[in-house]
Design a protein around this ligand. Structure first.
Ligand SMILES: [Zn+2]
Length: 331
């Protein structure tokens, strides 16, 4: 978390959750959340939850926010959807280190002041209710909700996760066909790269990725069984690809001497040549590099698909939101 924002939070009596990258609390009686971007220091999203009171319709507040962009140097965008103000801040350019937090502070003071003087009411972003509110973090993002809206959101997420889990775990035959078809692309890549004289091992990477994508395409979700099948298919197909390369080499050499030798002859003579320690050594070296690159490709793909498929969205309650008594009672 950016140190100066943390200091700002502490100095203004806000709660700082450094690990989660959150600073939140009441400013001018409105609950505000400042959320740190995980990758960039001076980049934050500011949330303020409030619905229009009697005087100010939604578009007026949206307009106000839109215009405020010209007054705050580091405000990238600001919007209002009727229950939640979202503002993106990023420190860019010359001397932002000195001016970023003061800019953030000025915006927070002004926007909460605006809410106060226009009678906006703090509320649940789902249903607009004004009491029993909590701050939640859903899939990394902050939300202020009442408990019944939260259970709706959480239930929805769980259902989606369940759906994904059930989806296409069954069609193993389709998966095998997909894996085989995908791996053929890898075989082609391996043979082609070999002919061009480069390290054919790159074909191993192509093979395992295409095999896994093929499995997903025809078999559905890449589960543990799918991973096992695609890995076995890829290993066998890599051996097959190397075998074809050797056949081609043998065929080329013998074809120079006599045109009567066919590719099939060359194909069947491979085991004989593998008895030569020199040939065997080169083949083993090719295969080892191929397997290493295959493992790299498999690891990356598995990691990615698991992220997409497990559907584990983390949700948690961050803190109960208690409003000071002055809310909604301003003239
Ligand atoms: Zn609600």
């Amino acid at each position: 978390m950016y140190k100066k924002v943390k200091q700002y939070g502490i100095a203004n009596g806000l709660t700082v959750e450094e690990k989660a990258g959150l600073v939140y609390g009441l400013i001018n009686g409105y609950f505000v959340l400042i959320q740190q971007y995980p990758t960039t220091d001076a980049k934050h999203t500011v949330y303020l939850w409030a619905k229009p009171g009697t005087t100010q319709p939604v578009p007026a507040t949206a307009d106000y926010l839109n215009q405020s962009r010209s007054r705050f140097q580091y405000l990238q965008s600001a919007s209002y959807n009727g229950s939640k103000i979202t503002a993106e801040f990023q420190g860019l350019g010359f001397q932002w280190g000195q001016k970023y937090v003061p800019c953030l502070d000025a915006f927070l003071k002004e926007v909460t002041g605006y809410c106060q003087s226009n009678g906006l009411l703090p509320c649940c972003e789902g249903c607009g209710t004004e009491s029993g509110l909590n701050l939640y973090q859903v899939d990394g993002y902050g939300h202020m909700l009442c408990s019944s809206c939260y259970s709706n959101v959480a239930g929805q997420i769980q259902q989606n996760a369940l759906k994904k889990k059930q989806q296409g775990s069954g069609n193993v035959i389709g998966g095998i066909v997909g894996a085989l078809l995908g791996s053929l692309i890898g075989v082609a890549a391996w043979v082609l790269i070999y002919q061009l004289g480069y390290i054919s091992a790159l074909g191993g990477l192509v093979m395992v990725i295409c095999s896994m994508k093929g499995y997903e395409l025809l078999g559905g979700r890449l589960n543990k069984l799918g991973i096992a099948i695609t890995c076995i298919v890829s290993i066998l197909m890599l051996l097959f690809a190397e075998y074809i390369c050797l056949s081609i080499e043998i065929y080329k050499v013998y074809n120079d001497w006599s045109s009567s030798i066919t590719f099939t002859d060359a194909f069947y003579s491979v085991p004989y040549f593998l008895n030569e320690p020199e040939v065997m050594g080169a083949v083993v070296k090719d295969l080892l590099i191929g397997f290493v690159l295959m493992a790299v490709g498999a690891f990356g793909t598995i990691k990615q698909t698991y992220k997409e498929n497990t559907g584990t969205v983390s949700t948690r309650m961050v803190a109960p939101v208690t409003m000071s008594s002055q809310n909604g009672m301003n003239p």
